[in-house]
Each structure stands twice: as structure tokens, then as C-alpha cells.
Design a protein around this ligand. Structure first.
Ligand code: AMP
Ligand code: MN
Ligand code: MN
Ligand code: MN
Length: 284
């Protein structure tokens, strides 16, 4: 265990990142170049509901001392809440998993089409073209938010997201994602390790968060992301306590989407003593 703590403190590990195959902006090649510039040792490529970025990232990192973890960030549903589940060390050639990802691509494309129609009715033209220009893999709400900001409907993509794409707003269209249990099962079937991403970002009370994590654990869930770019000390303390209580491993990830002032690959940090915890990075 002591070696693990030393490894986590010395090695630069980032188990959560995006490419332009979902709603990140960098190609897998550019993501790898950036990870090398940041002197990362381990990087998981975890696009939303697709693994399209993994093979090119593996290829780009081949001649370098950077270990790429084939991953995904699966959208799933628990009691009406969308939950993001990372799957780490996914087998890229698993037939059932690939079929599920095809279905998720269809779900996202159908939703994108419906969102475009809703926004057109709302008086915003050109959405389909704006999207086609950006999307290289799965379409997501952030693509719409970027287009809306580019056209001046909001000053930043973040504001456009809150104003148009959040639940209850004019561009919101619900999706029937797979259940939390089904996502955990699919990831395990494909040889992956299920980890709940950014557990403090859901609209769940501590009590409901605890129940969700309990059900996740019962479904074969392994870890929770404790160190994330936005998680402060008090969030980390709460999550460490939950990890101890539920016997879950702890993970670290920046959730990097694009070069910006407030996030960077490898930026997430554990901020508290970690003796006695199991690290997701040791299971990969
Ligand atoms: P989707 O999976 O397409 O429904 O979109 C979810 C994604 O939107 C998240 O992974 C974030 O990247 C992004 N997102 C969520 N909330 C915001 C926000 N307030 N501002 C900017 N992007 C956001
Ligand atoms: Mn995203
Ligand atoms: Mn997420
Ligand atoms: Mn993410």
C-alpha cells in the first residue's frame, strides 16, 4: 500500500479526459502531445459514450513513456438523474459493448436532431450546420452550447449551456440512458473497471448519493473519482469518508475538455492524507 501512495504522489496520473470524438476539442493526437508536455505517466481517454478516440491515442503514445488507458464515460440513469460512469481498461473489441455503443450513438444523434428542431422553433437557425462542423463522433449538448455562444446568443459556452441546454431550458431533450446497474454490468463485461465520475456534481443529497453509491457497489462498481479539478478539500473529505464506508477505491481525473484557464491535464490533486485507501490506478 505504501508503494501505491508513493506512486500516486510521484507519478502524474489522469484517469478522465475527452477528445473531439465527444465534446472535447483536441484530436487524440493533440491530447497525447499535451499529456506529454505536462509530463503525464498515465492518461485515460474517456469520451462520452464512445471509444473512437482510444485507438488513435494509443498509436500517438506508442513511442513514448505515457501509458494510455482505454476508457469511456458512460451516461446512465439512476432514479431520474443522469450519472456519469467511467469504464477504465475497456476491451476495445468486445462485440456486445460495441453494439451498445452503436445504440448510444443513435440515441445521441436522435436527441441532437430533436434539439435542433426545438431550437429552430425557438427562433435559432443554422444549428444542424453548426453541429456538423464540430461533431466528429458523438454529438453532445456542449456542441450546441458552443454554437450558441459563437452566434452571440450567450457570451460563453458555459452561459449558453445554462441558458439553453440545462434541464427545463428551451434546448433540453431528455434521453433514456441505460440504468446505473446496466452500465456497471456492460463495463465489467467489456473487462473494464466501473468508477463514478465527479460524484459531487449530481443533484443528490448526501443520503441519496450514499444510496446511489451503495447500489453502484452492489452492481460491481469499484471506485469513485475523489480528486477532480473542481473538487475542493471538503468535497474530497466527504468522498473519502464515503469510499471508506462503502469500501470503494479512489480515483483521480481532470475531466479535461479543452485548453482553458481553469483546467489542465494532470491538474487534479488529492488534498488529504490517503493512508489505507485503495487506488483505482493500482487496479489498471
Ligand atoms: P451530454 O452528455 O451531451 O448531455 O452533455 C453533458 C456535458 O455537458 C458534460 O459532460 C459537460 O462537458 C457539459 N456541461 C454540463 N454542464 C455544463 C455547464 N454548465 N457548462 C458547460 N458545459 C457543461
Ligand atoms: Mn463533457
Ligand atoms: Mn461527466
Ligand atoms: Mn468527463
Amino acid at each position: 500500500m505504501e508503494t501505491s501512495i508513493i506512486a500516486v504522489l510521484i507519478m502524474k496520473i489522469d484517469l478522465h479526459s475527452h477528445t473531439y470524438y465527444s465534446d472535447g476539442v483536441l484530436s487524440p493526437y493533440d491530447l497525447v502531445q499535451r499529456a506529454l508536455a505536462q509530463e503525464l505517466n498515465v492518461l485515460a481517454v474517456t469520451d462520452h459514450d464512445t471509444i473512437l478516440g482510444v485507438a488513435p491515442a494509443l498509436e500517438a503514445a506508442q513511442a513514448h513513456a505515457l501509458k494510455i488507458i482505454p476508457g469511456i464515460e458512460m451516461s446512465c440513469e439512476w432514479k431520474g438523474q443522469t450519472i456519469h460512469m467511467l469504464g477504465l481498461n475497456i476491451n476495445l473489441n468486445h462485440a456486445l459493448f460495441s453494439k451498445k455503443l452503436e445504440e448510444m450513438m443513435n440515441l445521441r444523434q436522435d436527441r441532437a436532431h430533436q434539439i435542433s428542431k426545438k431550437l429552430l422553433k425557438f427562433g435559432i437557425p443554422g444549428i444542424e450546420e453548426g453541429l456538423a462542423r464540430q461533431v466528429k463522433g458523438v454529438p453532445g449538448r456542449l456542441h450546441f452550447a458552443r454554437y450558441l455562444a459563437e452566434k452571440g446568443y450567450a457570451s460563453t459556452p458555459g452561459k449558453a449551456f445554462r441558458q439553453f441546454m440545462a434541464r427545463g431550458k428551451p434546448g433540453y431533450v431528455p434521453v433514456q440512458w441505460v440504468s446505473l446497474q446496466e452500465a456497471a454490468e456492460l463495463i465489467q463485461q467489456a473487462g473494464g473497471i466501473p468508477v463514478i465520475a465527479h460524484p459531487r456534481r449530481y443533484d443528490l443529497s448526501l443520503k441519496r448519493l450514499t444510496i446511489m453509491l451503495q447500489e453502484f457497489k452492489e452492481a460491481g462498481g469499484v471506485g469513485i473519482e475523489v480528486a477532480n479539478s473542481n473538487q475542493n478539500k471538503s468535497d474530497q473529505l466527504l468522498l473519502l469518508n464515503l469510499a471508506r464506508q462503502l469500501n470503494l477505491a479512489i480515483s483521480i481525473g481532470s475531466d479535461f475538455h479543452e485548453p482553458c484557464a481553469y483546467n489542465e491535464l494532470g491538474k487534479a490533486r488529492f488534498l488529504l492524507p490517503l493512508e489505507g485507501y485503495q487506488f483505482v490506478s493500482d487496479l489498471l
